[in-house]
Design a binder for this molecule. Structure first.
Ligand code: SOE
Length: 388
């Protein structure tokens, strides 16, 4: 039995780069029973895929994703394509006996997510969804504090994910703005991360009421493939934006907590502002991705006169994953959240135990996304129909 896991990656843009770096660097920091091998990189544009494969260290390239899935040498399929391709690729890979990791959101819509989770469950293979922000040591430590009861009963969460890359009305109509390719806009692209963090830290959401807004209704039709860095072009033809630019929703949790969620791509000055504050009966915690090593904590039981938020630098041995990196006080970055996730993925493959977040987490997330969308359309509270 080989101790290598041959990876077939489908897609090669932003997340392809982040995942490839994580596979290359994980063995540098962690000892796992299986070693990642960058075997095949797949994408439609042969020249671009070959360049990316050379840059990242893949052994070969392919332009037909079905051939990657059919390749008996491939053990793990990593799906880093736009959302409308996730379901077909993940289902084919699982049915071909491959392990799968899929970028978020799991699917284009709830119907696809239900099918993906069912196939994953029946396959007996490892199937993970890449909600990487759970793997920041400070977020993992926040979960430890909550689970140990340090905050007491959780009452409120306020989660925001604020970016500003779409404020220019000339920014072309990329795939993240086309409902048929992406499903939803800010909601599923970045709001999904906030939903995952809230589920991870607090528990299941039962009801939502929402407001989705599209500020700029049409944009120049640009190079749809360029994702976040689409270039303006001379093409003056305009296309319809069919997804939300900003999504706001209120949430009720199974454990009685309540929450406010806000995701926007028009929050000028915010670049990757994934943040939360959680308030319990005994204290609060705050985290900001843009200062991702720091966790701000407040405890009601602190001595009078000394009460207030204090900042913990989650880079010490006691902080999850931190000991693999550098001595206390030496900070890690965005890419290390992917490395930590890949470490859990490879432990799961080695031990044949499903690491989280898995496709059930992806389905739960999609159920919330669906309810938020429906609430906005119907202008009413929506209960989360938990499918399984
Ligand atoms: C763009 O909004 C994006 O790249 C998201 O798609 C990612 O999931 C997030 O981690 C960073 O921002």
């Amino acid at each position: 039995m080989s101790n290598q896991i041959n990876i077939g990656m489908i897609g090669y843009k932003f997340m392809g780069k982040a995942h490839s770096l994580a596979y290359r660097n994980m063995p540098f920091y962690f000892k796992t029973g299986k070693t990642p091998v960058l075997k095949t990189l797949c994408g439609r544009n042969e020249q671009e895929v070959k360049q990316a494969a050379t840059n990242w260290g893949f052994q070969q390239t392919e332009t037909d994703w079905k051939k990657v899935i059919e390749d008996p040498e491939i053990d793990l399929i990593d799906i880093v394509t736009p959302n409308h391709l996730h379901a077909e690729m993940a289902i084919a890979a699982l049915e071909a006996g491959k392990h799968v990791i899929c970028e978020k959101p799991l699917a284009l819509n709830l119907e696809q997510a239900i099918k993906m989770e069912e196939v994953a469950r029946k396959s007996g293979k490892i199937a993970m969804i890449c909600h990487n922000y759970r793997f920041a040591p400070a977020v993992q430590y926040a979960k430890k504090l909550i689970d140990e009861g340090k905050l007491g009963k959780i009452r409120q969460v306020r989660a925001t994910y604020l970016q500003d890359w779409l404020m220019d009305p000339e920014f072309p109509l990329t795939w993240r703005l086309d409902k048929e390719v992406t499903g939803t806009g800010a909601l599923g692209d970045i709001g999904a991360h906030s939903i995952d963090l809230a589920r991870f830290l607090i528990g299941e959401i039962t009801d939502v009421v929402s407001l989705l807004e599209t500020f700029i209704k049409e944009r120049p039709t640009g190079d749809m493939v360029q994702g976040l860095s689409a270039k303006k072009n001379q093409n003056t033809e305009m296309g319809q934006v069919t997804v939300d630019d900003a999504a706001l929703f209120l949430a009720k949790f199974e454990n009685g907590a309540i929450g406010t969620f806000e995701s926007s791509r028009f929050a000028g000055g915010n670049k990757n502002g994934n943040r939360f504050e959680i308030n319990g009966e005994k204290g609060s915690i705050k985290w900001d991705l843009e200062n991702m090593n720091l966790l701000e904590v407040y405890f009601e039981g602190d001595e009078e006169g000394l009460k207030g938020f204090r900042t913990i630098n989650c880079t010490e041995e006691i902080h999850p994953y931190a000991s693999a990196y550098w001595p206390s006080g030496h900070i890690i970055g965005y890419e290390h959240t992917f490395i930590n996730l890949v470490k859990d993925l490879f432990d799961g493959i080695d031990n044949q135990t499903q690491p989280k977040p898995d496709f059930i987490d992806g389905l739960r997330n999609q159920e919330v996304l669906h309810a938020v969308e429906q609430s906005s359309l119907e202008n009413s509270w929506k209960s989360i129909d938990t499918v399984r």
